[in-house]
Design a protein around this ligand. Structure first.
Ligand SMILES: Nc1ncnc2c1ncn2[C@@H]1O[C@H](COP(=O)(O)OP(=O)(O)OP(=O)(O)O)[C@@H](O)[C@H]1O
Ligand SMILES: Nc1ncnc2c1ncn2[C@@H]1O[C@H](COP(=O)(O)OP(=O)(O)OP(=O)(O)O)[C@@H](O)[C@H]1O
Ligand SMILES: [Mg+2]
Ligand SMILES: [Mg+2]
Lengths: 271, 271
C-alpha cells in the first residue's frame, strides 16, 4: 500500500518544504520508492531537488486544472535513486483562483492520485524502475488554507504538520486542526494527523523549549520523538540544489531527518 | 498626506508581520500617528499588538466583504501612544474565496481607505486624538498573492518588501515583482516599491552575506541601509503581546527597527 502524506501548515516559513524534501530523500536513501508532489506555486521543493520547472514544463497545474495524468509530469530526481518529483511551475500561481469555479474543485488531486496508484500497480512505474509502485507520496503545500492545500488534504491519507519552535506557530496550529477536521467530515473521512514534527529547534533559546514543551503536552501521541534543530547546513543545501542529506550527510540536520524518516516508517509497521 | 505602505512577500515566514508591527511601533514612538491594518487571517499582527480579535469583534472581514467603514473597526493599541490597529479575526480566512465573486473584488480595500482618509481629515480621528489624520497606514499581508494581498497592493501607494537572508527568498522576489508590475499596470498605476528590508541577517553565516550582497546588487536604490539581524529578543516579544521596542528597547532588534523607521520617514522628506 502506498502511504500518501501531505505536509501542511498555513503558517509561513515553518519548514514545510525543507521537511517534505529531506524526508523524501531520507526515505529514498533507506530503500523506499518516493514521489514528491509539489503543490506550492513558489516551487521551492522542485528547486531543492534540482528538477526542471521552467515555464512550459509539464507540471501539477496541468494535472489539477486540465486533468493531465500524474504519470505524465513525474520526473526522476538526478542523483537520488528511488526518488521522483511532480514539479510546480509558475502556472500553478493562477490555479487557486481558476479552481474556484471548476467542478469537483477540492478533489482533483485525489482523482489524479487514485488513477496514478492504479496505473503504477499494473504497468512499469513512471520512473522506469519496473512495475513497483511508490511506497510514499509526499505532498508539499503553500502557506495557506486555499484550494491547493485543500486538494492536498483531500488527496492524502495522512497529514504531517511541521511546527516551528516559535511563538506564532502555536497560534496557527489550532486553526489548522480546525480546517483538517472540516476536511475530514465533509471531504475525506479517512484523513488523520499522523505526525507533528518540531522544526528549527534552537537549543540556546528558552522560547524553543517552551514551545516544544507546550506542543508535546497537547499532542503527546502525535509529536515525533525526533526534533529538527536549527542548522545553517539545512538552509545552505538548497542553494546548491541539494538535500541536506546529500550536501552534508554527517550534519545534525541530515542525521535528524534520517532519524525522523525511520520513525515515520516505523509507525507504519506498528499501527 | 498619509503614507499608505503595504508589507508584502508571498514567501512565508520572511518577517512581514514582525516588520509591520515593529516599524509601526517605531514610527509611533518617533511622533507619527500610525494605523496598522491586518489583512492576514492568522492575525499575527493583531496578536503582537495585543488587540482583541476574538470571534465577533469588528474586523477587516467586515470592511472588505460587507463594506463596513474602516473607522468602525479601528482600535487603539494599549500602551503605545499614537498607534491604532484594524484587526483580523478568523472570519478573514473565508474572505479569499468569498471575494472572488464580489464586484470590484480587487479594490474593496482602496474604497475603504479613501473614505477613511477623507473622514479623518474632517472630523475627530478614530483614535480620538482630535482631528489629526494618520501619518502612516501600514498593511500586513498573508503569505500568498491571492485577493487579500492584491487588495493590499491596490489600496497602497508604496510597497515595502521584507526579504529574509536565505536562499528561497531570492526565488520568490522575482515572482513578487512580476505580480506588483501587473497590479501597477492594471489596477494601481501609482504603486511603487519604496523599500526592500533585509531581515533575519545572521552575521555568523556565509549564506546571509551572499543573499544580502545579491539583493543589494540587484536593487541598489531600493534596499534600506538598515538590516535587521536575527535576534531571539525579536521572536520572544510577541509571546508577551509586545513589540520588541517595548519588550527590550536596548536590544539590537529594537534599535534596528527604530533606525529602519527613521530611514523610511526620511525618504519622504527627500523624495
Ligand atoms: N532546521 C532548519 N534550520 C535552519 N534553517 C531552516 C531549517 N528548516 C528550514 N530552514 C530555512 O528556513 C526557511 C523556511 O523554511 P521552508 O521554506 O522549508 O518553510 P516553508 O514552511 O516551506 O515556507 P513557505 O511557507 O514559504 O512554504 C528556509 O530558508 C529554509 O532553508
Ligand atoms: N529578525 C528576527 N530575528 C529572529 N526571529 C525573527 C526575526 N524576524 C522574525 N522572526 C521570527 O520568525 C518567524 C517568522 O516571522 P513573521 O511571522 O514575522 O514572518 P511573516 O512573513 O509575517 O510570516 P507569514 O508568512 O506566516 O505571515 C516568527 O516566529 C518571528 O518571531
Ligand atoms: Mg514551502
Ligand atoms: Mg505574517
Amino acid at each position: 500500500r502506498t502511504r500518501v502524506i501531505v505536509v501542511a501548515n498555513q503558517k509561513g516559513g515553518v519548514g514545510k518544504t525543507t521537511t517534505a524534501v529531506n524526508l523524501a530523500a531520507a526515505l529514498a536513501t533507506q530503500g523506499m520508492r518516493v514521489l514528491l508532489v509539489d503543490l506550492d506555486p513558489q516551487g521551492n521543493a522542485s528547486t531543492a531537488l534540482g528538477v526542471d520547472r521552467r515555464v512550459g514544463v509539464k507540471n501539477m497545474y496541468d494535472v489539477l486544472v486540465d486533468g493531465m495524468p500524474l504519470t505524465d509530469v513525474v520526473q526522476p530526481v538526478a542523483g537520488i535513486e528511488r526518488l521522483c518529483c511532480a514539479p510546480a511551475t509558475l502556472d500553478l500561481a493562477g490555479a487557486e483562483i481558476e479552481l474556484v469555479t471548476l467542478i469537483a474543485r477540492e478533489s482533483r488531486l485525489r482523482r489524479a492520485l487514485s488513477a496514478f496508484n492504479a496505473d503504477s500497480a499494473d504497468g512499469p512505474a513512471p520512473s522506469g524502475e519496473g512495475g513497483r509502485r511508490f511506497d510514499y507520496l509526499i505532498i508539499d503545500c503553500p502557506p495557506s488554507l486555499g484550494l491547493l492545500t485543500v486538494n492536498g488534504l483531500v488527496g492524502a491519507d495522512e497529514v504531517l504538520i511541521p511546527v516551528q519552535c516559535e511563538y506564532y506557530a502555536l497560534e496557527g496550529l489550532r486553526q489548522l486542526l480546525t480546517s483538517i477536521e472540516s476536511v475530514r467530515s465533509y471531504l475525506n473521512p479517512g484523513l488523520r494527523v499522523s505526525a507533528i514534527l518540531l522544526t528549527m529547534y534552537d537549543a540556546r533559546t528558552r522560547l524553543a523549549a517552551q514551545v516544544a514543551a507546550e506542543v508535546r503536552a497537547h499532542f503527546p501521541e502525535t509529536v515525533l520523538r525526533t526534533t529538527i534543530p536549527r542548522s545553517v547546513r539545512i538552509s545552505e543545501a538548497p542553494s546548491y540544489g541539494q538535500t541536506v542529506i546529500a550536501y552534508d550527510p554527517g550534519s545534525s540536520g541530515a542525521l535528524c531527518y534520517l532519524e525522523a524518516a525511520r520513525e515515520l516508517a516505523h509507525q507504519d509497521t506498528t499501527s
